[in-house]
Every structure is written in C-alpha cells, then in structure tokens.
Design a protein around this ligand. Sequence first.
Ligand SMILES: Nc1ncnc2c1ncn2[C@@H]1O[C@H](COP(=O)(O)OP(=O)(O)OP(=O)(O)O)[C@@H](O)[C@H]1O
Length: 682
Amino acid sequence: MSRFWKPGTERPQLVDDEEGGVIFVSSTPSHSIEKQRQRLPVYKYRTHILYLVENHAATIIVGETGSGKTTQIPQFLNEAGWAEGGRVIACTQPRRLSVQSVAARVAEEMGVTLGDEVGYTIRFEDLTKPGVTRIKFLTDGVLLREMMEDPLLTKYSVIMVDEAHERSLSTDILLGLLKKIQCRRPELRLIISSATIEAKSMSAFFRPSKRREEKGADKLGPTKEPAILSVEGKGFTVQTHYLEEPASDYLRTAVSTILAIHDQEPPGDVLVFLTGQDDIDAAVQLLTEDNTRRSSGLLVLPLYSGLSRADQELIFSPTPRSKRKVIISTNIAETSLTLEGVVYVVDSGFSKQRFYNPISDIENLVVAPISKASARQRAGRAGRVRPGKCYRLYTEEFFNKEMSAHGIPEMQRSNLASSIIQLKALGIDNILGFDWPAPPAPEAMVRALEILYLLGVIDDDAKLTSPVGFQVAEIPLDATVSKMILSGHLLGCSEEVITVAAILSIQSIWVSVRGSQKELDEAKLRFAAAEGDHVTYLNVYKAYLQSGKSPQWCHKNFINYQAMKKVVETRGQLTRIAHRLGIALKSCEKDTEVFRKAVTAGFFTNACRLEGGVYKTVRNSQEVHIHPSSVLFRVNPKWVVYHSLVLTDRHYMRNVMTIEPSWLTEAAPNLYQQKSSNFDAR
Ligand SMILES: Nc1ncnc2c1ncn2[C@@H]1O[C@H](COP(=O)(O)OP(=O)(O)OP(=O)(O)O)[C@@H](O)[C@H]1O
C-alpha cells in the first residue's frame, strides 16, 4: 500500500466533488433502457433544448459528465424531425474509441442495428448507410476530411461538436469552419457541448460581428445570438480522495493504490490514468509480475493509441466473473466513454502534452500536470451506472492551487503545418485572417508556412503545389512523414518508407522492462544497423514477418508484440492511401542509401552535426543529444537527422539516422548551401 494515501483507514482524505449536490443516487440501476434514459439529467431539458436549437444558429450546452448530452441530444433531434428528408444529425468526438462506443450505445437505446439508422465513421472505417443513417457519430478529424468532398457539409442538418473543451487542433479548425459554413447555410444548426467548457468565450466566438449584422447579412433564419444552456444535475455520486502528501513516484503510487482498492474495496473495475506507453507498460508489468495474493484476480489491460484496434477494444469486453478489470490508460479514455464495470478511477494528475516553440522550431512532448477540467473528466468516468470513487494521486492543495482551470488549446502549443495544409486543401488561403476560436501565435504560423515552403508543399504564393501539396494533404500524417513517403516513391523505396512511417507513428516497438536494460540492449544489437534507427526498424520488421508474426519471437527479442500488430495495421492503411495516390509498393531491397535519402527528403529540417563532441541542429545551432534508446547512442556519427525531440534534463533526439551532408542540399537547396567543406543553413 502506498505510504502517501491510506484508503480504508479511519479518516480517509474524503472530499466531495466540487459542485456538491447529487440529484440521482441509486444503487439499483433500472433494467429498462427507457427508464434509464428518463433518469438522466438532460431528459428534463428535452423541450428546452429543441426550442433553442430551432431558434438559434448555435447552442452551447454545458452539463456534468454522464448527464446524457452525447447519447440523448442526437436522439431528441431525431425524434423532433431533424433527420427527415434524408438529412443527417452529426455528433463529433475527439477520439475514435468514444465514437464507436457512443454509437453502439445509441443504436442499442433506439433498438436498431449499428450501421443503419445510427452509424459512425472513423478514419479507415465507415459504418453508415447513405439514405438510411439518421444519426452519425464521427471524429472531428473525419468531419474535416468530409469537407474536402462537400465543403458546406450539405447533408447535415445539425452538427453537435461534443467535448469541445478538449480544444484539439481538429476541434478548433472545425469550429472556425463551421462558423464560416453557417454564413452560407443559415439553416444549419450547431450544438457545442461539454461538461467543462468556457461557455461565455465560446458564445462570444459564435456571436456575429457587428459589421455583418449592419450589412444586413443573414436576415433570414434563426437568431445568430448563440444560446447557452446549463443542464443541472449529475449522475451517481463520485467520492473524491486526495493524497495527504505529494507522491514522489506516481507510477508506484498508482500501482499501490490499485492493489489497495483490490484488497479493500467491493467489486468493481478500475480505470487508471497514466501518461504514456512506457509508464503504462511498466505499471502493467508491475501488476502482472506481482504474483502474490494481492494481485490475484486482477485482469490488467493497457490502453493507448499505439495498440492495435483489437487490443484497444478489449476494454469493452465483459469482465469475467470473480475478476476485477484494471484498465491502465492514457487520456484517450478521458472523455465520453462509459465503461459499465468501472467503479474506481485512479488519476495520476499528469498527461503527455505537446509544446511547440516557434522560435527554436522545436516541438516537445512533455509530461505535465493536467487541468482541472481534465481532472473532472477523468473522475467523470466513474459514477455513470452506479456510485464510484476517484483517487487523485496529488494533494487537494495541488488541485486547487497548481492546476489551471482549462488547458491551453492545442492550437496555441503545436506545430501548425498539418492544420495549415488542411485549411489550404479546403481552399482557405488567407490563413492569417482565418477566424480561429483561439488564434495561434503569428510566429508559429510563419514558421509553419516556411517549413511547408521548404518541403515543396506550398509555392511562392503560399498555395498548395501540384501534385506534392495536394498529395501531402491526402495523407493523414505529419507533412514531414508524408513528404518522406512521396520521396520514397520517386526514389523507388515506397515499401520501406511506408513501413518506417508506420513504425514512427507509435511510441516504441521495444519492450522496456525495468531492470532488464542489458538484455534489451543485447536484443537491439541483433537488429542494429550502423545507419541508425530507421534501418534497424526495417531489419526488425523483416525478421518479424519471417518469424510468422510470432508473439514468442517478439518476447524473445524484447519487441512489443502489440506494437508490431499496430504497425502491420497502420502499414496496411497507409498502403491503401498510397494506392489511391497512385503509389505502388516498390522495394529498394538492400540499397539503404536510397532509403535514407528519402527519409532525409522529409526530415532535412531536423539535421544535426557533431561539433566539438556535441550535436547542434544545422538550422538553429540548438544543442541536442542522441537518446539512449537509439542504436546510435555512443556511436556519434558526424551527420544525422532525427524524427522527434523529447525534453527531460536536456533535448534528446529520438529515432536517429546517419546522412551525408550533400543529401541536405539535394533535398532542400533553398535551405542549405554547401561552401567547400563547410555547411550553412540559410
Ligand atoms: N455503454 C453504456 N452502457 C451503459 N450505460 C451507458 C452507456 N453509455 C451511456 N450510458 C449511460 O448514459 C449516461 C449518459 O452518457 P452520455 O455519454 O450521454 O453522457 P455525457 O453527458 O455525454 O457525458 P460525458 O460528458 O462524460 O461525455 C451515462 O452516465 C450512463 O448512465
């Protein structure tokens, strides 16, 4: 048991949830779905919501987690006729998992087959029927892509942007575009919903500018003044427990908290929020290795984006009798999900967040404290079908004083290259004048335009180039990776670049077992290539196929079997996209130089050279170091490119590959020029 928190002792740190008052407390959930629906707080607001949607172009709805926003409002709209005449009601979610689970739930509540009246679309999977589907759940990213085919989204009568507090890049772009679409389609209604959104600033964003009102635009149709509705009432109680003292190691504290719950609390599954694949794998290992009585009866499941879909979907499978399921997740389970068995939530208080510095052009993934809004979302995964408990692995003082109310919108802390490509592909060329819900820093915008220009994605007039720019827009990956794929095609190694793109899209293919570093290093040596990590990955992938995709082979070689399944899945998806773009798979066989040139053509902005024993980025002379996980750690070749940087005590390059400096001039003559043996970035 953790020494920081004493569950089950006389005076646990029991603190009521912020808002106090509980409306529906029951320990005997109804068996009838219809009765369950009627008990949800949102049910009492049905008429009010329909009135507001009828009369306002945009309605902002705030209601506690679990109050019924996502599952009920689309059904109210359907019942009120918003899906008549072939029109469709859309409800967006920030993540694929929640799209699938809420769609399945709504289909069940309506007694229809999923994919008929109620369907969903996520990247690479469309479970809808044109002319039949009335309510469609989809990720905000997918809705953005639909705009490329149908810029005014004409088939939708109402679009509900759910979990809008997340303020992901896609959500913000979508909000900006939906506002624009409404000028052309006054009949389109928007609903913006969340438990933790700043309703006032969202309303201010959707308020029409004075100038447009004066010009007499949009005279017809609903009032342009957005409505705000606050849905009062909660689901079941969630008791919140805080640590008495800060935890020095949240991973170990999480593990001891899980074991304490298992030991002392009545049955019920546990959902644990950690930060990423590495600490989740470590926690799974600590729990599964603990062969004592304390952990017997636990069914431990990891959940993060680097898992194959089949492995992610295990979280929805029923918990076997006499077992307690423990799901250890990143924040992908933070919003919208209802996992029926979950009674206990353990919140580490941290997540991995992107922070981009446009001056140095460095994007870091940093483990940082979450916001109060995220903490409330995490707690809200309990108390949905019965009362629950949330154990926060931080002190109440930390919650009150250190955690910000809302996180910084992703738009203001990210590299904007991909967003700009998306807008340009939609024909929006004046990016600086775009109406953003939270404008990004002009420096970030300029930096992104500069990089896109160097990659040959946009031209001198900042328009998408043909074909490269339009092709890059079609590939749902970072522009650098997409450019690598296109260059691989031209150089005759599309097969290799697609494999590596799939591997780079997950955090790590290696199993890092605490205390087994030496064995892991030895395993890596079996595949290690002098050219660096990218070529090493090709060796691993080939050997994995030769093993017949064997889990035992993975285990023996310290390779994460789940990660490899995900690689195969992603590779298949990328191959299909490539095929659509006219790119056939072609291998350069053993010619690693050709392959490395293709990688350099995508990642030349991440070139570094060794100077006096330290690496400096060629563009900004920023000091960086090779990450110990790289096969080039301690090898120190003169010239390298890297895929990403992580910031811990210093900047570490992850996924590093050797290059020849002349490849940089070939790849980006606008950026690099070679003066005899010296090398300058312009
Ligand atoms: N798959 C499910 N199984 C059982 N009950 C469910 C399921 N999905 C939803 N529910 C019930 O419906 C309630 C409302 O869920 P819904 O997702 O609509 O709430 P919400 O207000 O959108 O919450 P959040 O803000 O957390 O997304 C849940 O609290 C739960 O009682």
